[in-house]
Design a protein around this ligand. Structure first.
Ligand code: NAP
Length: 289
């Protein structure tokens, strides 16, 4: 019998909705990596934030790595020993590798995961003008990857506009030719927006247990020419996607992105090419409710 020697953690809060343990453990089994296991480790913000202890604990406990999710993708950065070029440019981390020297190395696979899922849906983000709703950790990664793919322009709206400005300023240095606009995510700004073919929700509005909320106004309509993507996959159809679909837009949830970003992380931890088909099957077999 093989012992469990290689443990990977999922760190975030809340984690009850996450399908990552299912997808990653299916992948370990598929490749016969019997000494590997992926475990959800919720790190609550209450009564005080303990993300530093959690991250440094990966070293002490001999973990092989971790995924970092809401709300710690940005706040985890100062506690890491090294960052990949992309993670440094993005300023947020969703994957940590504990290397053979015990150093914590931060990566970000979210944005590339989204690009791969867009391609699976025959959507090429190059040459599109894109609207991003949100400016948290995932928005940083998504914006960076879309610009790398050659999108024409991007508007970033966020409740806290300073965070949208911060992303745009960083991106403007790396991609000086792309048109970047920022604004407050509110009804008035949404009403005045020009047409964006691709609209992506990177906020956590709509995710369980906030499924009755959306980052959009009920009275502002989408059309058949819109593609509306929601990073959220739990519930499978957020209030936002349901509205966009009712208006005639093409809608996609974040399940495919989850599988792709997870496959990229899997390769970073294990060195093996991820069994993408098996990971997709696991996600489809246990679909989000
Ligand atoms: P995050 O860093 O915590 O950022 C949260 C974002 O949501 C911020 O823009 C925040 O605005 C906004 N927000 C939160 N509450 C709000 C409210 N009441 N009103 C308006 N805006 C609000 O989280 P994240 O890591 O970027 O993740 C965001 C979402 O994407 C989550 O639902 C996560 O599950 C999902 N996600 C999915 C995948 C996937 O693979 N499918 C990957 C990554 C993330 P402020 O800055 O103003 O607070």
């Amino acid at each position: 019998m093989v012992g469990i020697e290689n443990v990977v953690a999922l760190i975030g809060w809340p984690l009850g909705h996450s399908m990552s343990p299912l997808i990653q453990n299916a992948a370990f089994l598929e490749l016969g990596l019997d000494s590997w296991i992926y475990v959800a480790m919720p790190v609550s913000k209450y009564p005080y934030i303990r993300i530093k202890e959690a991250i440094l604990g990966l070293k002490a406990l001999g973990f092989k790595g971790a995924n970092i999710t809401v709300p710690y993708k940005e706040s985890v950065v100062p506690y890491l020993d090294q960052l990949s070029d992309d993670a440094r440019n993005i300023g947020a981390v969703n994957t940590v590798v504990v290397d053979e020297h015990g150093s914590l190395v931060g990566h970000n696979t979210d944005g590339l995961g989204l690009i791969k899922d867009l391609h699976d849906h025959q959507i090429n983000p190059a040459e599109l003008d894109i609207l991003l709703l949100g400016a948290g950790g995932s928005a940083r990664s998504v914006a960076h990857s879309l610009l790398k793919e050659g999108c024409l322009g991007m508007s970033i709206l966020n409740r806290n506009k300073n965070k949208a400005d911060d992303i745009a300023n960083k991106l403007a240095q790396a991609f000086p030719k792309v048109k970047l606009r920022t604004g407050v995510l509110d009804k008035d700004t949404l009403k005045q927006l020009p047409h964006h073919t691709l609209v992506i929700n990177c906020t956590s509005l709509g995710m369980r247990p906030y499924q009755d909320q959306m980052p959009w106004d009920e009275n502002i309509s989408f059309s058949k020419s819109h593609i509306v993507y929601d990073l959220i996959y739990q519930p499978a159809k957020t209030k936002f996607l349901a509205k966009a679909e009712a208006d005639g837009a093409k809608v996609i949830n974040g399940l495919g992105m989850l599988v792709h970003q997870g496959a990229l992380a899997f390769k970073l931890w294990t060195g093996h090419e991820a069994p993408l088909k098996r990971m997709k099957e696991a996600a489809i077999f246990f679909p989000p409710k």
